[in-house]
Ligand binder design. Structure first.
Ligand code: PEP
Ligand code: MG
Length: 751
């Protein structure tokens, strides 16, 4: 590239910056810009077209075309050369515009005398805002340097924050972060929420697109890239090699961070007069445009990685981290690419909802979101790129849909639905102190699941009889080391205090599979759900489990203690775990600690093997709780985390109900209390069917207690059992259709 051209474009950018900084009115400024560009490029015409709405471009300023055409001439996307530049987001450079494909002559502009045409898209972060055009009478092809120079200029124009003002009274600037967008993702936690976007990592704002000293800017860029490389290497060094996806992303980061092409392009942008930040953003913008056009999913992912890396680089250059000084909105809905469980816990219940571009249903963040009962959508497209702080957003955690900047009709329908649900909740509140008793007199005791101290107030609010499952993983997952016994004892004690004498069933640590501790050596297990997890870890390496049991015993101190062991797959595992607990009680006695007033030792039934376990298992256990989430996945051989299969098999499938009934029968024979604490217990239809099969204890999320109680109270549970039996005899695959049909009929006849 010729040095003179570089300094020309630099000079142009500097005068452009001065023009942008001058306190003139918007239109005047835009006019001045077109004059400057025309002069600098030796062209007779320079025009700026901006989107008026999603499909229409409007001539907003010109040097050289007829002034009366400004704000009058409009083109559709794809129409004429200008429309084609916008559509393809690529420059068009021709010395003979009239013979170019798609040429359309706009008589009111007087452009017929101009033969050569160069148009480049005006883009910010991959979104086309308009088109910048130069035209000349002489038939010339612009050099690639000139094309490139005009692109750099277009980039600076794109940074003008007030571009929207030029497209006429009341018109929306369609392209940039203003139009409604809908994303479809996976449901990490159900529930509906309306609020304003709160970006976990807000977009970096580039305030200085033009720089005076290219040497200094190049140096800043090089230093920032070096810092970036070091940080990526550090990430790689500490990454868990078992996490193949994470390693793949980090390797891609490293590749881009060391890419000579990327660096060269940015240095070239700087030599044209852009600041280091603007150069990064220009290349990021180009990558985003490619991203939108690349059909190959793998390549798109890699471009996405480059996008992330550019954001990191921008943060290094601008020093803008998560803290931008913005104030959290009243009803914040967190939007992020991804988030760690610790960070999410810090936000706590202040959030109304969470929407992640990545994440997974099994991620720790999802576990925390579930514990906090905050609606969560994962894999929600490019939401973190599209959303801006404060944008209106609706989270439909039933269908996994996110409406960003929704239209009035969507808002109306969404609010109606939320209002109906709220009214329903009101009705449930009135049931709080009433028993979950069916019309036939069958009474079911409803408990809640918990995992945080913050869950305990729900015990009173929901009217649950106790905590049927206290998951103890979160205190281990969200810290960087094994928690100390004293810390755990203090927490468990506070949980018992808050329960005010109601029963709390503590489940010992259920790690492994989806719940990998950050400080645990990662195992490269081909099938972690079937791997070294839960009680298997507890028995093989009993140190942590013993410590946890000691903490529980100390926390109980004179109160009743209920402990349950997860994932028991054969009798011996239960007897061994039980022995360890009893030995710990004995040890605590010797040490002079106050022992629990009463001790219940239970087992979770989560593998089909235990349905057929020796009778001694059912007799030895003080209680049994069905972990339906796991039991179902192993019964059907269908991964509970896999969106493709997790809903494939109905809980009310006859096979599964027969299995449940067998457990009920075996527990009844041993007079062992039985409960169900998987997600299905919180689904009203499932819950009432379990009750019909003889289940008398159910444990669920606090929010489900009301709906489940409501349905049980309206159902003749004995009659439902007959409906289920008939459906089973009929050869139906699932009893659901028969149950629903019966309920609808009953519902009609009782109204
Ligand atoms: C279950 O498997 O049903 C259960 C309650 O345990 P978790 O969901 O924690 O695996
Ligand atoms: Mg389980």
């Amino acid at each position: 590239m010729a040095d003179s051209q570089q300094s020309d474009s630099r000079k142009l950018l500097v005068s452009l910056r001065e023009t942008l900084a001058a306190a003139s009115a918007g239109q005047e400024r835009l006019d001045r810009i077109t004059t400057l560009i025309a002069e600098s490029m030796g062209a007779e015409v320079c025009s700026i077209y901006l989107f008026r709405d999603e499909q229409t471009l409007e001539l907003c300023a010109t040097e050289g075309l007829k002034a009366e055409a400004v704000h009058e001439t409009r083109l559709r996307v794809g129409e004429g050369l200008v429309g084609r530049v916008a559509k393809r987001a690529k420059p068009i450079n021709t010395h003979d515009a009239p013979s170019e494909r798609g040429f359309r002559y706009m008589p009111e502009t007087g452009e017929e005398i101009y033969t050569s045409f160069l148009g480049v898209p005006i883009q910010r972060l991959g979104e086309t805002l308009g088109v910048l055009v130069v035209q000349s009478k002489d038939a010339r092809d612009y050099t690639s340097d000139e094309v490139y120079g005009l692109e750099v200029v277009a980039m600076v124009i794109a940074e003008m924050t007030e571009l929207g003002a030029f497209v006429g009274e009341g018109a929306a600037l369609a392209a940039l972060h203003q139009r409604p967008v809908t994303f479809k993702g996976g449901v990490g936690q159900e529930g509906a929420a309306e609020g304003q976007v709160w970006l976990h990592e807000p977009r970096v704002v580039v305030t200085n697109p033009v720089a005076d000293d290219p040497q200094e800017e190049t140096l800043r860029l090089q230093e920032a890239v070096e810092t970036l490389r070091v940080s990526v290497d550090e990430l790689l060094a500490t990454a868990q090699s078992a996490d193949k996806d994470q390693m793949q992303v980090l390797e891609a980061y490293r590749m881009f961070a060391n890419s000579k092409g990327w660096m060269r392009r940015m240095e070239e942008d700087i030599s044209r007069g852009l600041s280091a930040e603007a150069a990064v953003e220009k290349e990021q913008s180009a990558a985003r445009t490619r991203m939108a056009q690349v059909p190959d999913a793998y390549l798109r992912e890699r471009l996405h990685d480059l996008d992330d890396l550019s954001n990191r680089l921008l943060r290094i250059l601008t020093g803008q981290g998560g803290e931008t000084g913005a104030e959290m909105p009243d009803h914040p809905i967190l939007v992020a690419t991804n988030i760690g469980p610790g960070e999410l816990l810090e936000y706590g219940r202040s959030l109304r909802g969470i929407v992640l571009e990545e994440g997974s249903i099994a991620s720790h963040a999802a576990i925390v979101a579930r514990a906090l009962a905050i609606p969560l959508i994962v894999h929600a497209g490019r939401v973190a790129t599209e959303a801006l702080n404060g944008d209106h957003i609706l989270v439909d955690g039933e269908h996994g849909i996110v409406h960003l900047r929704p239209e009035e009709t969507i808002i109306g329908a969404f609010r109606d639905k939320m209002a109906m649900e709220a009214a329903q909740q009101e009705r449930y509140v009135s049931l709080r102190d009433k028993p979950a008793m069916g019309l036939c007199g069958t009474e079911v005791s409803l408990h809640m699941n918990a995992g945080l101290m913050a869950d305990l107030p729900s015990l009173e609010g929901s009217g649950a009889a106790g905590v049927g499952l206290f998951r103890t993983e979160l205190q281990f997952l969200t810290v960087s080391r094994v928690p100390r016994r004293g810390e755990l004892a203090a927490l468990y004690s506070r949980v018992l205090d808050a329960a005010k004498g109601k029963r709390v069933v503590f489940r010992t640590l259920d790690i492994g599979s989806d719940k990998v501790l950050p400080y645990m050596n990662p195992l490269d297990e081909p099938n972690p759900a079937l791997g070294w997890r839960a009680i298997r870890v507890g028995l093989d390496k009993p140190g942590v489990m013993r410590m946890q049991l000691q903490a529980l015993i100390r926390a109980a101190a004179g109160r009743k203690l209920s402990v349950m062991f997860p994932f028991i797959a054969q009798l011996q595992e239960f007897t061994d775990a039980r022995e360890i607990l009893l030995a710990e009680v004995e040890r605590e006695r010797r040490l002079g600690h106050v022992l629990p007033e009463d001790l219940e030792i239970g087992a979770m039934l989560e593998t089909p093997s235990m349905v057929f376990a020796p009778q001694q298992f059912f007799e030895m256990a003080d209680f049994i709780s069905i972990g339906g989430n796991d039991l179902k996945q192993f019964f059907y051989a269908a991964d509970r985390e896999n969106e493709r299969v997790r809903r494939r098999y109905d809980t009310l499938n006859v096979s599964f109900l027969n299995l449940i009934e067998e457990i009920v029968t075996r527990c009844a024979a041993a007079r062992t209390p039985l409960s169900f604490c998987g997600e299905d217990a919180g689904r009203p239809i499932e819950a009432v069917c379990f009750a019909a099969l003889g289940m008398r204890h159910l444990s669920m999320r606090p929010a489900s207690v009301g709906p489940v109680k409501h349905l049980i109270r309206r159902t003749d549970v004995d009659a439902l059992k007959e409906v289920i039996d008939e459906a089973r005899l009929s050869g139906a695959q699932s009893v659901r259709p028969a149950v629903l049909e019966w309920m609808t009929r009953k519902g009609k006849s009782s109204t």
